[in-house]
Design a protein around this ligand. Sequence first.
Ligand SMILES: Nc1ncnc2c1ncn2[C@@H]1O[C@H](COP(=O)(O)OP(=O)(O)OP(=O)(O)O)[C@@H](O)[C@H]1O
Length: 393
Amino acid sequence: MTASQPAASPLSFAAPPPSTGLSARFAARLGSFSLDCAFHLPGRGVSALFGPSGCGKTTVLRCLAGLTRLDEGELHVNGACWQAGRQFMPPHQRPVGYVFQEASLFPHLSVRDNLRYGLRRARRRSAAGSQPENGAAIPFDDVVGLLGIERLFTRAVPQLSGGERQRVAIGRALLSQPRLLLMDEPLSALDRASKDDILPYLERLHDALSIPVVYVSHDLSEVERLADTLVLMEGGRVLAQGPLPAVLADPALPLTHQPHAATVLMGTITGYDAAYDLTLLAVAGGTVHVPGALGATGARRRLRILASDVSLGRQPPLDTSILNALPARVLSGEPTGGHGVTVILALGEPATETRLLARISRKSWDALALRPGEAVHARLKAIALAPGRTDPL
Ligand SMILES: Nc1ncnc2c1ncn2[C@@H]1O[C@H](COP(=O)(O)OP(=O)(O)OP(=O)(O)O)[C@@H](O)[C@H]1O
């Protein structure tokens, strides 16, 4: 599946919006900035809005929350109309949880009372009739357990680390029983260590939540770890949108040409080699070995493979220390400028093929005389296989 280009304006959906997922169109001139974007996101899972600073990500998020009202806007969430023409659901009626860059907790309240505030917000919305009482309940204990915040209950907000604060802010947002969770660079104010602490919690949340999450970031490694769907923005426009692996490996898009271009591969655990502490994962085109015990047979895992960690050969590798090699087909070779070529490869059967990126030198491309359609063997350095989160079933 390739990333799809957005349909052009005018600002009305050509067909009725689907009853699941989120369909949005927003357009406006804001000072010298012009926004004109449209996208459709699935009804669950994490969708990342990704793009350079100033491309309009936060503006779009504010439009989704109703905090910014553009005259030319249309928004449908799981079949409910939040904005169309003159119709506009005000922000306090929208069942939206919003997590900002800096956790906006009440400093005079304990962690427990900050969380209770989230519950009260849900009750208020329910009493006002803007949300059914039993709608998409996310139980208190589940939220607390998923985010590991029970031991923080009695702490005052100033006694929390940045990562703990952000976990509580996410918990509070979830307890307001949102139908849509918006996260605006929730990790950007944290140092590397705090980011690494909080990412596993976000991964667990992702698997447990049955609501759409829109996640704004300009850190691609974060997006590669968490997102299922990618909306790539530039200059107020949507450049592409689609499943993350397809957008990452689309040679028409800038991500493929970055120095740290990477592929996300989904794998299913098929076994564990205890003698060498290696997990075996079935991926498109074969089986790979990944260090460590990564879970039970049948569990899904996400692997991130840097293009620069993939080398190519015409023959199956012999006499090499590289454990992982997969048969692949060359789709194209894209000059990256300088000495490099990014090779777009297909793994697996044509009907279910997955793409893999390899970054090789121009000299190697010529020496191997690679052409589209030809068979090669892609060698993956085991160290480059970075297990991420479990995938939703
Ligand atoms: N109300 C407004 N009036 C004028 N300009 C605005 C308004 N709101 C946003 N902008 C401009 O729109 C552009 C996009 O801003 P936005 O914050 O949405 O970008 P962003 O992609 O989230 O950036 P960053 O990653 O740096 O947070 C910026 O140039 C900003 O100055």
